[in-house]
Design a protein around this ligand. Sequence first.
Ligand code: GLC
Length: 622
Amino acid sequence: MVKKYGFGKETETDAVSEKIEESSKSELEIEATTDAEGTHFTMELTDETAVYGLGEQMRGINKRGWIYTSRNMDDPSLTESRESLYGSHNFILITTKERNLGIFIDATGRVTYDIGYTKYDELRITVSGGFDLYTIEERTALEVVREFRRIIGKSYVPPKWALGYGQSRWGYKTEADVREIVSGFEKNKLPLSMIYLDIDYMDRYKDFTIDKNRFPDFEGLVRELKAKGIRLIPIIDAAIKVEEGYEVYDEGVKNNRFCKDKEGKEFIVGVWPGDSVLPDVLNKETREWFGEKYKILLDKGIEGFWNDMNEPSLFYSKQNFVKCINEIAEKKGKDLQAEDFNHINYLLSQLANNEEDFKSFYHNADGKTISHDKVHNVYGYLLTRAAAEYFEKYNPNKKYLLFSRSSSIGMHRYGGIWMGDNASWWVHMLSEFKMLPSLNMCGFLYVGADVGGFDGNTTEDLLLRWFALNIFIPLMRNHSVPQSRRQEPYMFGKTEVFRNFLNIRYKLIPYIYEELERCAESNEMLFKPLAFEYPDDERAKETEDQLIFGKEVMLSPVFEQNASGRYVYLPEKMKLIKMKSCEEFTVTELEQGDHYIKIPLDTFAFFVKENGYSKIMNYIQK
Ligand code: GLC
């Protein structure tokens, strides 16, 4: 049963698409108090209680024992000490044997979930600003999720080709670079469905422009690649370069499309293009205007985009930068004491994504002036929604690929997400895996992390394991920074193994897509924790490095360097399929219980439930 309680929402988010009447607060069974910090909800946690959800976050699938914050943030140090990442996904599920309770906080500002961090046996949620609270109580965890997903509306499903393999790298700068990648894949007989273009395709990082020197015949290239079944997917950033004569900037200034400071002037921030301004997407007309800009690239044959820097990410604000530089300039020629040096370091460290800056600019949310910090968490969602709503107008009969870095619940209807700037670390494979069910609970089905790791140098074994991990993950994109070692799958020795893994992926695409569509249609999770599928099995509850995919598959990837296998817990009798290629595989039946499974580097292994075996085999042998 779903109940809604109003706490004076800042602005409409449309996160919930179902119309639900408000209940009287006297019916709310959770203890609520209010103080200067915000509204607090407190609940007792027994030893047995598990807490799930919160979408994109570090740490476990069961969220107990840490403090999490919803504050969309561009910070590439994805470590265990982080409390928030790029998205805010305010849905949690509190489960015990007796009770399955879902809580959704439909808020636009900061929310904190202290899940047994301050006090081991207490959950304390703090919401700053206004919001709507939803409680959802059902018989099982899966039913709570289904009910929640029903009220937030159908999840985005990309076109089928978007389940193919995508090659990306910040550093493919020219038409020749792109052709070289295509030829690398062709020569090595590796399937490829997408090549991603990072910011270098633009004219000096200006959205919706193309650098004519680097891409003299952009449309020709799009056509040429499409004929080979490869789509070119450009990036779009949130901020617009300040430059008179640049159409997007001029139009935006003329029609008040950008966020303003308290004096009503455009608020200037620094991002890739230097001085930039932020489209005020809290405003419906601005969303329509910004969305329509995608036409420039759609008209050139583009069928998909990745939206970035939309937390929004600020390297600095002009006002703060000037202040900081002036203060540092005062020290010029002086004998710097350690305190002065530390202070300069501190000033510089405070430039990016500063909360004071978020308080210093304003939106016109369809008539109501709101400071950015109060609506910060829906910015990326609304920017992506602007694009998706325009695609619908541009061609209502076509599916476009769209995913974003920043998000909040509501955006799940318009696009997918990638998990941001991870690193070539083994632990980041595991983070990707653990975020899958949490994101699915919040409606995001088309998701994935940068395969191979974005930052740092990958290794061949890490990349192979990462390919194997992503065989069942809808978004499979290899992406990296320019300074890192190249990580295209033909850059190493074991090209044949990469080829085999990709061929297995391509054989399974019809199955994965069918499951994805089914889960979107029926509000189900594509990746389920074992605890949800086997609620009475104590061991299942503690197993977080295995997941159930769809109806019949269980995944148990290898996450450890130099491991040639791993322990797997089988909650029921299953078949183990070990594949070297689509032609060369073995099938073994295993009983419920613990097993050590050998999984060499050249092998992809997964499990199927008894009833799913012939179905899966049909796809593989087609
Ligand atoms: C951000 C994105 C990354 C991209 C880079 C340059 O860091 O997260 O994927 O490559 O910006 O555009």
